[in-house]
Design a protein around this ligand. Sequence first.
Ligand code: NAD
Length: 480
Amino acid sequence: MQTLLNYINGNLTEPASGTYIDNVEPATGQVYGRIPDSDASDVERAVEAARNAFPTWSAMRTEDRSELMMKLSTLIEQRMEPFAQAESRDNGKPVWLARTVDIPRAVSNFRFYATAALHQSTAAHSMGSTAINYTLRQPIGIVGCISPWNLPLYLFSWKIAPALASGNCVIAKPSEITPATAFMLSELAIEAGFPPGVLNIIHGYGHKVGKAIVEHPEIKAVSFTGGTRTGEEIARTAAPMFKKLSLELGGKNPNIIFADCDFEKAVKTSVLSSFSNQGEICLCGSRMFIERPIYERFKEAFVEEVRKLKTGDPNEEHNRMGALVSETHMEKVLSYIELAKTEGGTVLCGGERIRPEGRCKDGFFVTPTVIEGLGQDCRTNQEEIFGPVVTLQPFDNEEEVVAYANSTRYGLAATVWTQHLTRAHRVAAALHSGIVWVNCWLLRDLRTPFGGMKDSGVGREGGFEALEFFTEEKNVCIKL
Ligand code: NAD
C-alpha cells in the first residue's frame, strides 16, 4: 500500500492531522494507496516556508531559476515510464496515453516556462526630454495553484511552471483523486535541488486544503482549474480579498461539421475529440452539429468508427479507452445517459457500464456513447457531462449553427470543419469560445492564450499571459 506525503519546506512530511484518505485505482475499483488528509495547519506551515524562501528565490537570477526548472524537466523525462504508469493507475487512462501525452506535456510545460522567462521583456514609454517611464514586472509573492484530476501532472505543471519561473513561491494542491504524480514531482524537486519552501505540495480535500489556500491572506494569487461550481465558490472568497484569480472551468464544447468538410478527416478527428481520455478533457467536443445534407452519412461513418474503440484495462495497448476516474463520476455519466433517454434521445451506440474480465472486473468503465434526437435546450445538451458521451444534431445553415453552438453558459473551446476559408474565419469570429480549432483538434502551441469565456472561466493561461498573471506590473516614471 503506497502512502503519499506532503512536500513542505523541502521535506516530505506527514499531515498535521495524522490521518489519510484512501486512493482508489479506477481500473480495478480497489484501494491501492493513502494520501494525506491535510488541513489549514499544513497550509500554514507551507506559507511560513514560502515566506522565508521568497526573498532569495525572487532575487535569484532568472537564468538560475530556469536552470533548476530545466533540471526538473529532465528528471521527469528520465522517469517517463514510472510516471506514465502512475498516472494511468491513478486516473484510469490508458498507459499509452499518459506516455505519449500527459507526461511529455508536463516535461514541455517546465521547459517552455524555464525558457520563456528568459525572453520576457517589458515596455518603456518615453516622454521626450521630460521623462521616461518603464515597466517592471515583479513576482507576486506566494501563490496558490489548484488543479483537477483529468490531466493530473499535465495541468499541475501548467500552473506551477510559470509561477516558479516568474519568481514566486508556490503552494500547490493536486486533486485528491489523482495525487500520485504530484507526489513523484515533489521527490524530483528535492533531487533537482529546489531551495526549501519554493515549491510546496499539499495533498487533501478541496474543502479543507483548497479552501485554506484560497482563504489565506498571504496567498495573493490563485490559479485554479476545475469545475464551474468550485470556481464560483473560489471567486466568492477571493474577490473581497482582492486576490488575482485565474479560473479555468467547465465546458460544453461544440463540434461543427459543414457539408463541405474533408469527410474522412472530420470523422477520424471527431472520434478523438469526443472520446480521448474517456471524454474527460475539458476541450472534448460533446455537442456535434452536422449540416443536414451529410447528416446520415456522417452519423453512420462516425458510429462505425466509435464501435471500433476498445474500452478496457488501461495497461493493454490496444484499448483506446480506459476507466472513468471514480465510481461517483461513472455514476454521474451513467445518470446523464439515462436522462438523455428520458429527454427523448436515442442511444446509437455505447451507453452502458462494462465489466472486463479479470483484474478490471470492478473497474469504472463506460463504453463510448453517441446519442441523437435531442433538442438544444435539454439538460443533456446544456450541462457538462465530462465523460464519453456525445450528442449529434443536424443543422441547416451557418447562422443557425452559430446560435446553437453559443446557446450554453459555457465558452471554452469549439471545433469547425469546413473547406470554405471565408466561412471558417467568419464562424470562428462569431463563436463564444476562448479557443477555436478549424479542421483540427487539440493542436496546441504553448505560446497561445488558453482559457474560456462566459462560465468557462476568467483569465488566460499559456504563453506570456501566464507569466503576466503571476507578476505585478509597476510603472516607474523618471523625470529627466
Ligand atoms: P473540482 O472543481 O471538483 O476540483 C478541482 C480542484 O479543486 C481539486 O483539486 C479539488 O480538490 C479542489 N477544490 C474543490 N473544492 C474546492 C474549494 N472549495 N476550494 C478550493 N479548491 C477546491 O473539479 P474536478 O472534478 O477535479 O475536475 C473536473 C472539472 O474540471 C470539469 O468541470 C472540467 O471541465 C474542468 N476542467 C477545466 C479545464 C480548463 O482548462 N478549463 C481543464 C481541465 C478540467
